[in-house]
Design a protein. Structure first.
Length: 181
C-alpha cells in the first residue's frame, strides 16, 4: 500500500509517534512516508492517509483541524485513519458527558465518513519545564479547576512519558489489518 502519515505537534512527541508508526509500515514492505502538517503535504493518490495530532484541551491542534477541512475532498477518496497523542488515553465520564479517549476522534470521523476505518489515542509525553509560559498557565488553571491537591500538581509537573513504541507498532498493524478487509 501507498501510505501517507501527516502529523501535527507542538513539543515533538507526536512526531516521534508518527515516525515509529511509519517505520512499522516500512518494515511491512509498504511505500510509506511521514510528513509534518506544517509542510502542507499533498494527500491525493494514497491508498491510506493517517492523520495524527497532539491533544490540547480534548482536541487536535488547529493546524490539523484546518488541514482536514481544506483537504476533505482528496481525503475522502482514500481510506483514512486517525490518532491523537495525549497524557490521558482512556475515556472518562463526568456530569452526564464522556470526555477523552477515542470520543475525541468522533468529530473528525464525522467529517471523513465511513472510509475513516480506525482510530486510537496513544500515550504522549510532557515536560512541564519545556512548555511555553502560556501553556504552563493553561495547565495550572486546569489543575485548579479540577481541584488537584498540591501533591498531585507536583506529580504532574514532574517530567512524565507514556511514549510506547510497542503500542505504536500494534496500531500500525491494526491499520494494515483493517485496510485489507
Ligand atoms: C496546554 C495543554 C493542554 C493539554 N490538554 C490535554 C488534554 O486535554 N488531554 C490530554 O490527555 N493531554 C493533554 N495535554 C498533554 C499533551 O496532549 C501531551 O503532552 C502530548 O504528548 C503533546 O503532544 P506534542 O508533543 O506532539 O505537542 C495537554 C498539554 C498542554 C501543554
Amino acid at each position: 500500500m501507498k501510505i501517507l502519515t501527516v502529523y501535527a505537534t507542538k513539543y515533538g512527541s507526536t512526531e516521534t509517534v508518527a515516525q515509529w508508526i511509519n517505520d512499522r509500515f516500512l518494515i511491512g514492505g509498504h511505500d510509506a512516508r511521514c510528513m509534518n502538517v506544517a509542510e502542507n503535504p499533498e494527500c491525493g493518490g494514497f491508498d491510506m492517509v493517517l492523520l495524527g495530532s497532539g491533544i490540547y484541551s480534548h482536541k487536535f491542534l488547529s493546524e490539523m483541524e484546518q488541514y482536514i477541512a481544506s483537504n476533505i475532498d482528496a481525503l475522502m477518496l482514500s481510506k483514512t485513519a486517525l490518532f491523537g497523542v495525549a497524557m490521558r488515553t482512556e475515556t472518562f465520564f463526568r456530569r452526564g458527558n464522556a470526555y477523552g479517549g477515542t470520543v475525541m476522534l468522533e468529530r473528525y470521523g464525522a467529517m471523513l465518513g465511513q472510509r475513516c476505518i480506525v482510530g486510537r489515542i496513544l500515550g504522549g509525553e510532557m515536560v512541564f519545564e519545556r512548555l511555553t509560559d502560556t501553556d504552563k498557565h493553561r495547565l495550572e488553571k486546569f489543575y485548579h479547576s479540577i481541584a488537584l491537591s498540591e501533591a498531585e500538581q507536583a506529580t504532574r509537573r514532574h517530567p512524565r512519558t507514556f511514549l510506547n513504541k510497542r503500542q505504536c507498532w500494534d496500531f500500525a498493524e491494526e491499520i494494515i489489518d483493517c485496510a485489507g478487509k
